[in-house]
Ligand binder design. Structure first.
Ligand code: SAH
Length: 246
């Protein structure tokens, strides 16, 4: 029996940012297991499939990971084509690697399909060029929320000279700010906080390291959101001013 599971990234939300390969997987699926950060609009590509919602947002009632994995295994072993649809990219803070290894360990063929990760999508949708030449020599993607609550090496991040993109940061803004300042980031370094990236309801709050917590509170920033921290954020503002002036 040719059991197979596709671990597919659904992108940040805009259904048009889905890859052609993701669409092909959806068209072939008998079972689609969908995370709650995925825009249900993408399900238009799989009217034939049985859809199972397996959301696990932090702090909310969620389907245990072990149950999700066993469910994938059961359907695959019954010969069904299973698509596990995840927000963004399956391998960026998405457990794609873990699930792939576990399934392969149980003799199941796995295919990983890229999606556009929220951090990259959010920045681009807001006109922020994450690796702007001469301003930033790279991007670092980090999560503010770790399984064991361990701290990031903020000093290394501050000294790295790369733009920082923080996932899962909304509930930990104060800790992020403290870490950034303790690590030596300039208090005036620009920050963009982007909520619902790529969706019609996308919102963007501009601030700096020192003011980010209060500004986010006044703005009413809600999850899902990413934080972009670095000179490239200010650069984009400068560009806007030029275009307004011109
Ligand atoms: N695999 C996903 C990330 C899952 S972790 C990806 O590659 O994008 C969940 C975090 O992703 C959220 O807490 C938030 O920080 C971010 N996120 C996911 N979708 C988002 C969106 N549409 N807008 C802003 N942030 C988003």
């Amino acid at each position: 029996m040719n059991a197979k599971v596709w671990l597919v990234g659904a992108g940040p939300g805009d259904p048009e940012l889905l890859t052609l390969k993701a669409v092909r997987a959806l068209q072939q699926a008998a079972v689609v297991m969908i995370d709650d950060l995925v825009n249900p609009a993408v399900l238009e590509h799989c009217p034939q499939a049985r859809v199972i919602a397996v959301g696990k947002r932090g702090g909310c009632r969620s389907t245990p990971q072990a149950f999700i994995q066993r469910l994938m295994l059961r359907h695959a072993r019954q010969g069904r084509c299973v698509v596990r649809l995840k927000g963004g990219d399956p391998c960026i803070f998405g457990r794609g690697g873990e699930e792939a290894l576990w399934l392969q360990g149980h003799g199941i063929e796995v295919e990983l399909v890229n999606g556009i990760t929220a951090g990259l999508a959010g920045a681009t949708q807001c006109g922020i060029s994450l690796t702007s030449r001469g301003v930033s020599r790279g991007v670092t993607l980090v999560t503010a929320h770790t399984q064991d609550d361990s701290e990031l090496n903020w000093t290394a991040l501050a000294q790295g000279g790369t733009t920082l993109v923080v996932y899962m940061g909304v509930a930990r803004l104060e800790q992020v700010r403290q870490g950034l300042l303790a690590g030596g980031m300039a208090p005036g370094l620009p920050v963009a906080m982007i909520e619902n990236a790529s969706m019609p309801q996308q919102r963007e709050c501009r601030s700096d390291v020192l003011g980010m917590v209060e500004d986010a509170r006044m703005f009413g920033l809600r999850s899902p959101a990413i934080l972009v921290i670095g000179e490239v954020v200010g650069e984009q503002q400068a560009l806007e001013l030029v275009s307004i002036a011109g």
